[in-house]
Design a protein around this ligand. Structure first.
Ligand SMILES: *[C@@H]1O[C@H](CO)[C@@H](O)[C@H](O)[C@H]1NC(C)=O
Length: 165
């Protein structure tokens, strides 16, 4: 179903040293695959997910300092993102707004990290008009967070996903 449209994105992200078939395994994130061989035989987690909150009007104080939740950061919308799924929130992220996120499920063992990724077009499609922008999450454990991120100017961000690699 959705994997066919995701494959080119994954290939472009991970072209460095692998071929399309193992990359698809990484994207599916369903166990198997293992880690780096040797000692660690336990495979943990995946697909990763995160709770994301968008704020309409806030300039981050620091990457680890979340926006205030008393309404002074404007209106907010909260939703979940899961690996290999595209989430379209009721309200997107505009320039001048901010986002925060917290991992609710871990990526599989061996994953270096995750990004919360915003797409300019709804649907996360790989089309010429769609660009993406990512904010790193500060760890791979449940509760690891993106404290506060601001989007660049010039567009707005209508769809979101989490990419771990
Ligand atoms: C969202 O906005 C409402 C209304 O201002 C506020 O009560 C709530 O705490 C906010 N939630 C977050 C997560 O900031």
């Amino acid at each position: 179903m959705h994997f066919s449209s995701w494959t080119p994105l994954v290939v472009s992200l991970l072209t460095i040293s692998t071929t399309a078939i193992p990359i698809l395994e990484v994207r599916k994130n369903g166990g198997g695959g293992g880690g780096g061989g040797g000692g660690n035989t336990a495979t943990r987690g995946g697909p990763a997910s995160a709770k994301v909150t968008l704020y309409s009007q806030y300039t981050c104080a620091a990457p680890n300092t979340p926006p205030p939740t008393d309404g002074s950061a404007g209106t907010n919308v909260t939703f979940s993102v899961t690996e290999a799924q595209c989430t379209i929130p009721t309200t997107g992220l505009q320039y001048g707004g901010a986002l925060t996120a917290s991992l609710t499920a871990t990526p599989k063992t061996g994953t270096v990290g995750c990004y919360i990724v915003g797409h300019s077009q709804q649907g996360c499609g790989i089309v010429l008009s769609n660009v993406m922008y990512g904010w790193p999450v500060g760890g791979t454990s449940v509760g690891s967070s993106l404290g506060c991120g601001n989007p660049p100017s010039g567009t707005s961000w209508s769809a979101f996903e989490i990419i771990c690699q």
